[in-house]
Design a binder for this molecule. Structure first.
Ligand SMILES: [Zn+2]
Length: 410
């Protein structure tokens, strides 16, 4: 059960490395005895695994929401304290355990093998984090009696780690509470989300990641690459194929840099949410509109931006320069003859997103975008989520903009 100090060190190295872990359903385990005298115990462990391996790993994955980082794990049976080893290191299991305790030990160490990516907190150490799901895994596999008995056995192990305190802590919560604490930890894991071209985490951009989380939540990709480049026009770009964003090399780090990261990061998240439907020429207006809206939300200037966006849109409507037909040709609509972006275009796009938010609520905007990911059809998703047609929605949007205009004239 003991997690030796040198393995703690290896675990920490894993966290720092930021390597992308696959999300493997079930690793392949190879059992060997450290010495001939442990061959019977080794057979016993192997037997458990052969009979119940798939059920054990499926239960671990289901209850924890975590996955294995290793395809192959070698297990060495010996006479000493069981421990899980670091990434790509063998699991060591004690030979002299009874059959039932062998199950307990094997599942305990496999649980550790799912923790490499999981951050710890001052309150939640390695074992507390494990116990947030281990008890419930045991219960689902072999029932409450087995789980309770295993807890008694682990509590009795005295050494440099206080298992008893950790178990008391974990079992002071209900199953639902444990699951919630664990899922919050897993969310934390996703906070360091931007990586540079060397694969290093850009923790300075965590604020942008959290900001995106406010809208996209679980629809953020695991990681977004951030690169710097020189552009003749504009300050930033994105590429959904590679999941990368590019910020003009002339932009210094700081608030305006993070703001551009929020904008371009929104595009990447929208690629995930809509299954790249946002890249269609006819989608660009609401895609740029939402990216800009979230950019100003990050800056804390959303209220004044919204006012400006609605004013720009109502002005374009008055000049008969606002309709789904016109917006469907975004590159013509948004760019002027010298290749620069018309200042009204993004505002018009945002005014459409604001119309949806004000009429149906922000959650329904998200539901609509998600539905687009499935239908890949604007009219179909309008029907599915808002029970309206493009014509009906366009008229309602324009009517709302006419009111903006008349209010301004008052
Ligand atoms: Zn954009």
């Amino acid at each position: 059960m003991k997690f030796r100090l040198r393995n703690f060190f290896l675990i920490l190295v894993c966290f720092g490395g930021g390597s992308a872990h696959g999300g493997l359903p079930s690793p392949h385990l190879t059992f060997s005895a450290q010495a001939g005298e442990f061959s019977r115990a080794t057979e016993d462990y192997k037997d458990i695994w052969d009979k119940e391996g798939p059920r054990i790993t499926a239960t671990l994955a289901r209850v924890s929401g975590l996955s294995f980082a290793e395809n192959e794990i070698s297990v060495i049976v010996y006479e000493g304290a069981s421990y899980s080893g670091g990434l790509n290191e063998p699991i060591y299991l004690r030979a002299s355990h009874s059959h039932e305790v062998k199950k307990e030990a094997l599942i305990h160490e496999l649980g550790h093998k799912m923790q490499f990516d999981l951050p710890l907190t001052p309150e939640i150490d390695l074992h507390r984090a494990l116990f947030l799901f281990l008890y419930d895994v045991w219960t689902d596999l072999y029932g409450a009696e087995f789980a309770n008995q295993s807890v008694v056995i682990e509590k009795s192990r005295k050494g440099f780690y206080d298992y008893e305190a950790a178990w008391n802590w974990a079992l002071s919560f209900s199953r639902e509470q444990r699951a919630k604490i664990l899922s919050d930890l897993i969310q934390d894991k996703n906070k360091d989300h931007f990586v540079d071209s060397q694969g290093n985490r850009r923790e300075d951009l965590n604020l942008a990641w959290q900001n995106l989380g406010g809208f996209f939540a679980e629809d953020r990709p695991a990681r977004i690459g951030v690169k710097q480049k020189f552009f003749p026009f504009g300050n930033s770009r994105f590429n959904c194929e590679t999941g990368e964003i590019f910020i003009n090399a002339s932009v210094p780090p700081g608030n305006s840099f993070t703001e551009l990261v929020t904008h371009e990061g929104s595009h990447i998240c929208l690629c995930v949410l809509t299954n790249k439907f946002n890249l269609q020429e006819s989608s660009r207006f609401w895609d740029e509109g939402l990216a800009t809206l979230l950019q100003y939300r990050f800056k804390g200037q959303e209220a004044s931006y919204k006012k400006r966006a609605l004013a720009l849109a109502s002005e374009q409507l008055a000049h008969k320069n606002l309709s789904f037909d016109l917006l469907a040709h975004w590159s013509t609509y948004a760019k002027n003859s010298s290749g620069r972006i018309n200042d009204f275009a993004y505002g018009v796009g945002s005014s459409f997103d604001y119309f949806i938010i004000d009429t149906y609520g922000e959650q329904n905007l998200k539901n609509f975008l998600k539905d687009l990911g499935e239908t890949q059809n604007f009219a179909k998703s309008l029907q599915n989520i808002f029970h309206t047609s493009p014509e009906g929605l366009e008229k309602a949007w324009k009517d709302s903009l006419l009111q903006v205009h008349s209010k301004e004239n008052l």
